[in-house]
Design a protein around this ligand. Structure first.
Ligand code: ATP
Length: 321
């Protein structure tokens, strides 16, 4: 969808949407409809995308920044789908331009697309001055994708269902993360298929007892988060998708080992991967781990980030941007 030179920009709104890491991701067996039930603890991180919307003569989207070349710029872009869904809810035409400035890696397991959808919803609700309640916005978000409600919510939350049913989790203080971005992305559906394959190949799949275990609430982790002690949180990081992501990208084992060797308290594949997230003792340790990981050549690029970050919000004055 090329951007037309006739686009008339009368005013614009920019929303900032956070990335996420799953501190715990328990994945139930494949359901008959192909989905998996989840029990997950999300933490929103300061690594973010900015989504700017403006009135225009037609719907258009441009993408720049991290991985922009692999993001669709037509109706398949999830931010466009969000704009269409919100316009439908409001009973209006969605004639807007959407400009996405990406820092969240594409297909990186950090919910970058979901962040862009949440950003489009929040920015457009403000641009159109919609009187829309949280519940309606969350329902539109959940229809767009199971991680979109959390991108709206931010902070730290327990997600159930497909991850769209959220409950706030108390998390004290600030946690310091290092993110190792991989050279190639991983497709989320492919990682779930690999998990199913690995489970099926192991003594006939998931038994009923295992199923209850897989979807158990991670109370120890939630207590550790409430204490604000990164040393208590680190050994409790858990991701059921990690073996599947490692099976599809075996080089990630080296990345995880390199982060621990560099001094991180714990490391985990983020969501469906392949980004690896390392929890560090403090900001200085995160900077050191990031420097060492960069030097080790195990990642395309390395970032530091902290969490919990706020949910998607409109940026006001230039100082806030
Ligand atoms: P998740 O962690 O939610 O499973 P992800 O972070 O691994 O997702 P995304 O960056 O959301 O992956 O991208 C998944 C796919 O969605 C990409 O391959 C891309 O083609 C498509 N996509 C559509 N719209 C967007 C967008 N605005 N930003 C990024 N990807 C998009």
């Amino acid at each position: 969808m090329p951007r037309t030179s006739l686009s008339v920009v009368s005013d614009s709104i920019t929303a900032r949407a956070p990335s996420k890491v799953n501190l715990h991701l328990g994945v139930g067996p494949r359901r008959d409809d192909g989905y998996h039930d989840l029990v997950t603890v999300f933490q929103a991180l300061s690594l973010h995308d900015d989504i700017r919307v403006a009135r225009a003569n037609e719907m258009s989207v441009t993408v720049r920044g991290e991985g922009a070349g692999s993001v669709p710029t037509d109706g398949a872009n999830i931010a466009v789908r969000a704009a269409v869904a919100l316009a439908d809810w409001a009973g209006r035409t969605g004639r807007v331009s959407i400009d996405i400035d990406k820092s969240i890696p594409v297909a990186g397991g950090m919910a970058g697309g979901s962040a862009d959808a949440a950003g489009a919803l929040v920015a457009l609700a403000a641009l159109w001055k919609l009187d829309i309640g949280r519940d309606d916005l969350a329902a539109i978000a959940a229809d767009l994708g199971s991680d979109v409600p959390f991108a709206l919510h931010g902070n730290t939350a327990l997600g159930t269902g497909r991850g769209e049913r959220l409950m706030q989790v108390l998390s004290r203080g600030e946690f310091h993360w290092v993110l190792a971005l991989a050279r190639e992305g991983l497709s989320t559906p492919a990682v779930y298929r690999e998990l199913d394959r690995l489970r099926d190949s192991r003594s006939g799949g998931v038994a009923a007892d295992d199923e209850r275990d897989l979807l158990r609430r991670p109370d120890d982790l939630m207590q550790a988060l409430a204490s604000g002690d990164a040393r208590a949180v680190a050994p409790l990081l858990h991701n059921d998708l990690q073996p599947a992501a490692l099976s599809l990208q075996p080089t990630l084992r080296r990345t995880l080992r390199a982060g621990i060797d560099a001094g991180a308290l714990g490391g985990i594949v983020s969501g469906s991967g392949p980004t690896c997230a390392f929890l560090c003792a403090d900001e200085i340790s995160a900077v050191n781990v990031a420097a060492e990981l960069s030097g080790a050549g195990v990642a395309r690029s390395v970032r530091t980030a902290c969490g919990p970050a706020p949910g998607t919000r409109v940026l006001g004055t230039p100082e806030q941007a």
